[in-house]
Design a protein. Structure first.
Length: 168
């Protein structure tokens, strides 16, 4: 197979290589106030400030203003703290198993699965939430970029890596 001169030149000069998103098939427009709130949410998530994160989610209209904070905040802690540590899905699963006491023993697995199921049912039944349409597109982009980063660094944590940028 013959390579184009441009590909050959770029391939031979790895220092010039760049990562770029070129598929603009699905695009969303996000209002500046929502972008600012998302930046705030990343900072609150990185600092594990779930009380403020609930405020961010209310502002983004993911949670209603009258949500039960006493119910939501501990569930956010359980669900999001393992993700902040980084390492992708496998690391997240390992951390969740630790949180729920699913240590491999039959009693630990059964009790942990029961607790995890109870938390999931609470989220689905007792906490009214909605996902704005643009979140699906943003989520897809973030998952794709995180997957690329995890290929190069299996312990990569997108939240902590984004923190210095959003803090500015």
């Amino acid at each position: 197979m013959k390579m184009s001169p441009e590909f050959t030149a770029l391939h031979n000069d790895v220092g010039r290589a760049k990562l770029a998103l070129i598929d603009f098939g699905l695009v969303a427009q996000v209002q500046q106030k929502d972008m600012d709130t998302m930046v705030s949410a990343i900072i609150h998530l990185a600092n594990r400030d779930y009380k403020s994160l609930v405020d961010d989610f209310i502002s983004l209209e993911i949670l209603p203003e009258d949500c039960d904070r006493a119910l939501v905040e501990p569930l956010m802690d359980k669900a999001l703290t393992p993700y902040v540590k980084g390492g992708g899905a496998q690391s997240y699963e390992k951390e969740l198993k630790k949180i729920y006491g699913m240590d491999g023993s039959m009693s630990g697995a059964a009790g942990g699965f029961s607790a995890m199921t109870s938390d999931a049912i609470t989220v689905l039944n007792d906490i009214p939430f909605s996902i704005p349409p643009y979140f699906a597109l943003l989520g897809r982009a973030i998952v794709t970029l995180e997957g690329i980063a995890l290929t190069g660094n299996p312990s990569y944590g997108i939240i902590m890596e984004a923190y210095p940028f959003v803090a500015r």
